[in-house]
Design a protein around this ligand. Sequence first.
Ligand code: ZN
Ligand code: ZN
Length: 221
Amino acid sequence: MTTPISFAQVTRTATGQWSLWGPNSGGGASVYLCGDVVHLVVYGDESPLPLGAEHVSTSLPVDVYLKTYAALPQHARAVADIQTRLAAASGVERTAHCACGQLRALTHGEPKVVSMCHCLECQRRSGSPFGLGAWFEKTAVDIQGEHRTFTRMVEDRRVINHFCPNCGGPVFWEADGRPGWVAVAVGMFADPKFPAPQRSVYEDRKHAWLQFNVDNMEHIP
Ligand SMILES: [Zn+2]
Ligand SMILES: [Zn+2]
């Protein structure tokens, strides 16, 4: 139904509208959410809509937009943004805490991304065969309780782990590569219904017996 498209640039305007621009023809699209309707305006022939159309506008219920476009990487940021805004509007609140309960992370809205990491450092940090982090904007997380830090380098970038000084639980971490964001260890939510990971990274270190049954998960070696 939709044709894969190749947009060179994904930008966001001051009014919060996502613009997706094609590499050659100047074709592109704008995506914006208004209430529970998504407006998609497509220019030129980069369109997943009928090719050759000069200027096509369409409006879709938000659930239809998310179902139709979520799989297209060019729309990933617009889709993630819309999901975050819907979650914030729906007021999802969760609490993560360490085993002794002293260090807590209260999160508001859905995570921006849930990422599974098989790197050896995450194996050592978590004590499990992989690390699983839910990334939020810092403004969406309230930290309560005492914490100590352990900093490690990933190439030339820091990853700062924050753990409970009482029980040692590694509740959250920050990374230079993601300024303004914080990852909360998914296990600390103790919630089997927590959203599944969208990506699995360092799969070349993955324990061979691990298999996943997750739709649309990105696999990165
Ligand atoms: Zn603790
Ligand atoms: Zn890792």
